[in-house]
Design a binder for this molecule. Structure first.
Ligand code: RET
Length: 297
């Protein structure tokens, strides 16, 4: 007798401990039913390790920022925030958050539910705009253009999350397409105008910008590829997906951040008005003590 019939017979004959109701006939089990695709111990371990790496990155960038003058702190502080956000997100995933949220597949090839780790999208929603801020400040891009790039980036993440969770296959790929289009708009801004601005600052800033923007293009594109392989089309297991995103996150946050923070030439620091660069400049309080304020009164 095979296992299925053994279980079936047991279900029919087992004494009920909890109630005296009628004995129910168990649902027949579909032999082709896939198990829900979830991360295992291996995926969890990767999540814990990356939580540790991001914490180390955070400590390094904070320590560095505290040793330098205020006017040089902008990019190190932004980079520290990027790393601590990722550390918290990885901690949330390592301790099991996200497992309950699954996208159900109705296409023929795949009929199981799959875990979608939502904390990573919340992380990206915060960290990718900060990464864009890092690199556009390095380029010396005008605020008007920075804001448009950040908006395109936010659109990329939100539509990516919708694509990951959507139960309808066609809708999933429509949102994926919007996400990819937004990513290309970000690339266009960074490579197009960003590069010219950076060379206007200096040759050295231009060549650093060239390298980091190119690295960003390659690494960010790989996020889209990983999405297709994992949540998108289900070619790889949830564990492999965790591993791929982990490698990309470590490259994109602490490693890429370290290059932007430590390789920046003297003239590549963010240009700030005196009031934002030094407490001696008076910070915002300068306004209340200055001439302009008196004229207002
Ligand atoms: C998604 C969904 C599918 C389409 C695209 C995506 C792009 C994601 C990117 C994420 C970058 C994250 C970084 C995090 C670390 O700091 C959302 C996977 C295009 C580019 C750099």
């Amino acid at each position: 007798m095979n296992q299925y019939f053994e279980n079936f017979a047991y279900e029919l004959t087992k004494p009920s401990k909890h109630h005296d109701g009628p004995i129910t006939i168990p649902e027949p089990v579909d032999p082709d039913l896939h198990h829900p695709e979830k991360i295992t111990k291996m995926g969890k371990t990767v999540l814990w390790v990356v939580a540790g790496i991001m914490t180390l990155g955070f400590i390094t960038f904070v320590a560095h920022s505290q040793r330098i003058a205020y006017r040089f702190r902008t990019i190190p502080v932004i980079t520290a925030m990027i790393n601590v956000t990722a550390a918290i997100s990885y901690l949330a995933m390592a301790t099991g958050l996200g497992g309950a949220l699954t996208n159900e597949r109705h296409d023929s090839r795949y009929s199981a539910k799959r875990e979608v780790l939502v904390p990573r999208y919340i992380d990206w929603l915060i960290t990718t705009p900060l990464l864009i801020l890092d690199i556009t400040l390095l380029a010396g891009m005008p605020l008007g253009e920075i804001l448009i790039a950040i908006f395109a980036d936010v659109t990329m993440i939100i539509t990516g999350l919708i694509a990951g969770l959507h139960p309808d296959v066609r809708a999933r790929w429509i949102f994926f397409a919007i996400s990819v289009a937004s990513m290309f708009y970000v690339f266009y801004t960074l490579v197009g105008s960003g590069r010219s601005y950076s060379y206007l600052r200096s040759q050295k800033v231009g060549s650093l910008y060239n390298q980091v923007s190119l690295a960003l293009l390659v690494v960010w594109s790989l996020y889209a590829v990983t999405f297709v392989l994992g949540e998108g089309a289900g070619y790889v297991s949830a564990d492999t997906e965790v591993l791929l995103f982990a490698v990309l996150d470590v490259i994109a946050k602490p490693l890429w951040g370290a290059v932007v923070v430590f390789a920046v030439p003297e003239e590549g620091h963010v240009l700030l008005p005196e009031s934002l660069a030094s407490p001696l400049g008076g910070g915002y309080t300068a306004l209340s003590q200055g001439d302009e304020r008196r004229e207002d009164a």
